[in-house]
Design a protein around this ligand. Structure first.
Ligand code: TXA
Ligand code: MG
Length: 356
C-alpha cells in the first residue's frame, strides 16, 4: 500500500492500477504484481530502470513491437520473463544493447555481421551470433545455446531504459506466449497486467512488426525470421545472397519458428477474395468484395505495405475483440515487407495443435 501511495503521489504516473488480492494465478502459481503504467518519460524510465536492476519486469516500447524486458545477465530475472509470458524455456530471448561496442562483450562479430550492424543498427535487425568468451547473457536467456541474439533498438525510450539500467535487456515481445505481438501499451495491459512491474507507454510502435532475424554463424548469413528489414535490403548490405533455406536448423524447437504462433482466437482464412456472413474481414488495398460481413478493417486502403505492417497486429487484435469466429484475409503481395506480413499471417492461420 505504501508503494501505491508513493506512486500516486508522483506526478509522472498517468495512473496506477491496483490489484488488491495476492492470489496465485492459475497453474503457474504466479503472484499478481502491482503493475505501474506510465508514459515513457525520463522519470518513469529512471524508476523502471531501477526496478530492472533489482530483477523486475518492465514492458518497454520499441520501434518494432513492445518488449518485456529484464536484466539479461540475471537467471532469476530472465526466469520471470518466461513465467510472466508462459513461454517455454526452450525458446531463447533477444538481448537488447545500445550499440555494437556493447554487443561485442557478448557476441562475436564476423565481417558480415559487422556490415549488417553498421547498416541497420540502431534499428529493427536482430543478429544471431556465436557467444563471446566474455558473454554475460544468462544461459537461460540463450536457452542453453552457444549462440546469442543481439539487437540495438532505435526507439528513444528503449535506448534510455537500456542506458539507465546499465545491463543488456532480454526482451521478447510483451504478449503471452503464442499470442499476437503488442503494438500499443493497451495491448500489453490486456496480456500482462498483474504479471509485470512496469508498462512504459511510448504510443503505437512505429513499425508494428518484429525485427528481422539474421544468423551470422558459419557459411552465408541465414534469414531466421523475415521482418521490417527486407531480404533485399539485407542482401544489398552484405553484398551477396543470403541463405533462406535453413531457418529451422539453428533453434529447431523455438516457438517463434514453429508453425502456429502470433495466433488470434479467431481462425484465419488467407487469400480470400470475398467474405461470408459469419466472417470478419481483414482487407488490403480494398480488394475484398464486400459481403455481409459486419466488421471490416483495411490494413492499407492505398495498398502500402509499410502501413499494412504497422496495422497488422493491432487489427488482428481488434477483429478478435469483436468475437468473430473467423477472419477472412485479403491476399498480400509477397515482396518487400509483404514477405514478413505473410509469414506472420501463415503462422496466425496455422493449426493450433503445436505447443507455443
Ligand atoms: O522486434 C523484435 O525482435 C521484438 C522486440 C521486443 O525487440 N522481440 C521479439 O522477441 O520479437 P521474441 O522473443 O518474440 O522473438 C525472438 C525470436 C524467437 O523466435 C527466438 O526463438 C529467436 O528470436 N531467437 C532468439 N535467440 C536465438 C538464437 N540464439 N538462435 C535462434 N533463434 C533465436
Ligand atoms: Mg514474440
Amino acid at each position: 500500500m505504501r508503494k501505491l501511495v508513493a506512486a500516486a503521489e508522483r506526478k509522472e504516473l498517468m495512473y496506477t492500477r491496483v490489484c488488491a488480492q495476492c492470489e496465485p494465478e492459475g497453474e503457474m502459481a504466479l503472484y499478481r504484481k502491482i503493475t505501474r503504467l506510465a508514459e515513457a518519460r525520463p522519470e518513469a524510465i529512471a524508476d523502471a530502470a531501477a526496478c530492472l536492476r533489482t530483477g523486475g519486469l518492465v514492458a518497454m516500447p520499441t520501434e518494432t513491437v513492445y518488449g518485456l524486458a529484464a536484466d539479461a545477465t540475471s537467471d532469476a530475472a530472465v526466469a520471470s520473463i518466461y513465467a510472466a509470458k508462459e513461454r517455454p524455456t526452450i525458446n531463447p530471448l533477444i538481448a537488447h544493447v545500445l550499440d555494437m561496442d556493447a554487443a561485442r562483450e557478448h557476441a562475436m562479430f564476423g565481417s558480415e555481421a559487422e556490415k549488417l550492424a553498421r547498416a541497420f543498427w540502431p534499428g529493427p535487425l536482430t543478429l544471431v551470433l556465436p557467444v563471446a568468451s566474455t558473454c554475460r547473457i544468462s544461459l537461460l536467456a540463450r536457452a542453453g545455446l552457444d549462440t546469442v541474439a543481439v539487437r540495438s533498438p532505435s526507439d528513444e525510450a528503449a535506448r534510455a531504459l537500456i542506458d539507465a539500467a546499465g545491463v543488456p535487456l532480454a526482451a521478447p515481445s510483451a504478449n503471452r506466449s503464442g499470442a499476437v505481438s503488442p503494438t500499443t501499451a493497451a495491448h500489453v495491459v490486456a496480456d500482462l497486467e498483474g504479471r509485470v512491474d512496469w508498462i512504459l507507454d511510448g504510443g503505437p510502435c512505429r513499425h508494428g512488426l518484429e525485427s528481422t532475424i539474421v544468423a551470422c554463424l558459419s557459411g552465408r548469413p541465414q534469414l531466421l525470421r523475415p521482418g521490417v528489414i527486407t531480404q533485399e535490403a539485407i542482401e544489398s548490405a552484405v553484398g551477396s545472397p543470403i541463405d533462406l533455406t535453413s531457418r529451422a536448423r539453428i533453434a529447431p524447437n523455438a516457438p517463434g519458428q514453429l508453425a502456429s504462433h502470433y495466433a488470434p482466437n479467431a481462425e484465419l482464412r488467407l487469400g480470400a477474395a470475398t467474405t461470408s456472413a459469419d466472417e470478419a474481414a481483414l482487407d488490403f488495398g480494398g480488394s475484398l468484395k464486400r459481403g455481409a460481413s459486419s466488421e471490416r478493417l483495411d490494413l492499407s486502403p492505398s495498398g502500402d505495405l509499410v502501413e499494412a505492417a504497422s496495422h497488422l497486429f493491432s487489427y488482428l487484435r481488434a477483429l478478435d475483440a469483436v468475437g468473430a469466429a473467423r477472419i477472412a484475409v485479403a491476399p498480400i503481395p509477397d515482396h518487400g515487407l509483404g514477405a514478413a506480413i505473410n509469414d506472420r499471417l501463415r503462422r496466425a492461420a496455422a493449426p493450433r495443435d503445436v505447443p507455443t
